[in-house]
Design a protein around this ligand. Sequence first.
Ligand SMILES: C[S+](C)CC[C@H](N)C(=O)O
Ligand SMILES: N[C@@H](CCS)C(=O)O
Ligand SMILES: [Zn+2]
Length: 346
Amino acid sequence: MHHTKGNGNFASFSMEDFLKKSKGYAVIDGGLATELERHGADLHDPLWSGKCLISSPHLIRTVHLDYLEAGADILITASYQATIQGFMAKGLSEKESEALLAKSVSIACEARDMYYERASEGSCIEDGRVLNKRKILVAASVGSYGAYLADGSEYDGNYGDSVTLATLKEFHRRRVQVLAEAGADLIAFETIPNKIEAQAFAELLDEDDIKIPAWFAFNSKDGVNVVSGDSLVECTLVANSCKKVVAVGINCTPPRFISALILSMKKVTSKPLLIYPNSGETYDADRKEWVESTGVSNEDFVSYVNVWREAGASLIGGCCRTTPDTIRAIHKVLSAGSSTAVPSKD
Ligand SMILES: C[S+](C)CC[C@H](N)C(=O)O
Ligand SMILES: N[C@@H](CCS)C(=O)O
Ligand SMILES: [Zn+2]
């Protein structure tokens, strides 16, 4: 059994230090694709939100900036479903594809710079906008192989026998290298639907000498295991035994499942726990649209925040179908309760 608890530190970056300096918690941003669509982007495309790296990079920057002004401390880049393989299928060269991945990071960094500029001019809260010079992290998104398949496979995670550990490592290798060298603070492996893909990510981080740390975010549709049916505890242990993983948790999962998932992860790791649930709505992968009216309201979402914090989550945000309003409300709840919050520690 390898139940040894990792220390969560890697290289010069320590998630514990970052959290300590920000009162023990941090706010992650909300749905990027959701917000791009609300601004008029058409994401009916195999690249989904990654399509905007080609068609409307300025819109991505606007959305990042909106999330910072809503109080997010961490931006997740537009690279979730952007892959070299996906770009090349559109006729781009390998070099152009790699440049677009790097651009996802530079767009987020630009938004951060613009935010800092605004913050130095302004006061703390202006017209409901959060403006202060806190430390902001850029997390380079790496969606799972299922995301690349563009058929909602990240909510299922059954890739079939032909997809092996080696296939997954080969598939992800170059993108991870490019993103790690593009100036992000960390890599956000997102919507990891099974254990084998977590293993592939952990091995890539170690074998390829990736210079920045990472977080692992799994997803669940039953509140017990990850979506493929693999054990969440085993998946968490894979993350826990990788030194470069500085936080582990859950994303794009209905809010009602989150507390139980946090509690089961907490039993096997002392790394900081992160959660950024979706609204609880269901995704129709054929239509590439969300089925409305199955989710929770912003008020209901936010009513969970203190429960999640008390259960042990220290990084909290939103995934698909959450908006800057959700993040603004999360920021408000957490800053109001921060005097009583207990920071996570080893
Ligand atoms: C997290 S899901 C909503 C992303 C989109 C999906 N991979 C698709 O292409 O349909
Ligand atoms: N970060 C992604 C969603 C992950 S499920 C995006 O909105 O592009
Ligand atoms: Zn999502």
